[in-house]
Design a protein around this ligand. Structure first.
Ligand SMILES: Nc1ncnc2c1ncn2[C@@H]1O[C@H](COP(=O)(O)OP(=O)(O)O)[C@@H](O)[C@H]1O
Ligand SMILES: [Mg+2]
Length: 396
């Protein structure tokens, strides 16, 4: 959908100045020596249709510069930008206006609501500039307000709304348009943590329903991890890493990324899939209790999962119950099973199930939608994955 290659932005110098071909650090210096500033340097990324792509980095790292180059609010100095197969940097006149006003909508941290207009009129503003007739745009605005939970507030004025609600109007304004790309520049940064959480949830819900393509800027890695399908980490105008939250968490590219990662609540990002192990032993119904007991003993285990022929969980065979069964001449494993286990979907975050670890003789089972055992999550695997990797610091 969006394909950016080698985008760069030099502020404060004539656009035809070529970027010096130097190493990264020297390039910054050279541009500065010439009286300019290198805001974005050799930035390449692609955003899939329907993806929620996050640009993350410290203040001044070039996030807004990159975001605004997407609709050419900031004119790139070099590179290529393709949106839906069309070369954006070659666009002019009507084409460019169409891209900016129809295809793409922007949501800012501080966007101006018109104080003397109703919430409905404010939400309809994006359509007004697109020339949509008044009746239609007010209807669209009402629809969009409904989607952000302000359906009954259309007639009120902005000063009657809290900060979080105002931000919802901003979101409604973007939703009311039929733009299929939303650019969001730290839209939730000024909100209280609880309201911020609420807005993130709302954005995720709207995103799942609409499948719009969203590029979202934040300096908060927790936020990035919570909402981003993929995250691009920026530093000094350059891309230092791009990947899923789990990828960035488990292998940060450098110390800059590690520093961010240290503050992340790993239990919310890592899922059962990230800590999955193959089960050491399993059994099937044709196996005899005696045989299963022997295998358990040899592996020094107290219990195992019993699966049907498709790999679905039937229950747990515990060594003490098996021993009883063998003593009583019970030959059918089916009669020895207990339902003493916890099963979770593989995509469940650790935070939602780590308290279940260690309750039973068997580890937590990670299952697919059909209930098939994909692997087990031992308590030790959870604990070790939650401990952040130590940063290696060089000593002088
Ligand atoms: N119009 C401009 N002129 C000169 N420098 C700018 C301009 N806009 C941004 N910069 C500089 O470019 C760098 C990146 O800015 P920006 O993209 O806004 O970063 P971020 O959004 O990550 O905080 C900053 O050092 C900023 O001072
Ligand atoms: Mg910014």
């Amino acid at each position: 959908m969006i394909e950016a290659s080698h985008l760069s932005k030099v502020y404060g110098l004539p656009p035809d100045r070529a970027l010096p071909l130097l190493t990264d650090e020297r390039r910054h210096e050279a541009v500065r020596d010439a009286g300019g500033f290198l805001g974005a340097d050799d930035v390449s990324f692609t955003v899939q249709r329907g993806e929620l792509f996050v640009i993350m980095g410290l203040s001044g790292s070039g996030k807004s510069t990159v975001l605004r180059m997407i609709n050419r609010l900031v004119e790139p100095t070099g590179g290529r930008l393709i949106i839906d197969g069309r070369d954006v940097l070659a666009m002019a006149g009507d084409d460019l206006r169409e891209l900016r006003n129809r295809r793409i909508s922007m949501v800012f941290q501080h966007f101006a609501l018109f104080p003397h207009r109703t919430i409905r009129e404010n939400a309809a503003y994006g359509l007004k500039v697109r020339g949509v007739p008044v009746k239609e745009r007010l209807e669209r605005a009402d629809w969009a307000l409904g989607r952000v939970g302000l359906g009954d507030r259309g007639d009120t004025r902005p000063d009657e709304l809290s900060g979080g609600m105002k931000q919802r109007v901003g979101l409604a304004r973007a939703l009311a348009t039929d733009a299929d790309i939303l650019l969001m520049d730290e839209p939730f940064s000024a909100l209280d943590p609880l309201i911020k959480r609420e807005m993130q949830e709302l954005l995720l819900t709207l995103q799942a329903e609409d499948q719009r393509t969203i590029v979202f800027v934040t300096h908060d890695l927790n936020e990035a991890m919570r909402i981003g399908h993929r995250i691009m980490v920026m530093k000094d105008g350059r891309v230092v890493q791009c990947g899923t939250g789990q990828e960035i968490l488990s292998s940060p590219a450098d110390d800059y990324v590690s520093d961010f990662v240290a503050d992340v609540d790993r239990s919310r990002v890592l899922t059962a899939a990230a800590v999955l192990r193959p089960p050491l032993l399993t059994a099937g119904l044709p196996d005899s209790p005696e045989d299963v007991l022997r295998r358990l003993g040899a592996a020094e285990m107290n219990g195992l999962f019993v699966l049907d022929e498709l790999g679905c969980l039937l229950g747990v065979a515990r060594d003490d119950l098996l021993a009883n069964a063998v003593r009583n001449g019970e030959g059918d494993l089916r009669n020895c099973l207990v339902q003493e286990y916890e099963a979770v979907p593989v995509d469940r975050p650790l935070v939602e199930f780590c308290h279940l670890a260690g309750r039973h003789t068997v580890p937590i089972a990670a299952v697919d939608e059909q209930g098939r055992l994909l692997g087990v999550v031992p308590r030790a695997a959870i604990l070790s994955s939650l401990a952040s990797p130590k940063k290696v610091t060089a000593h002088a």
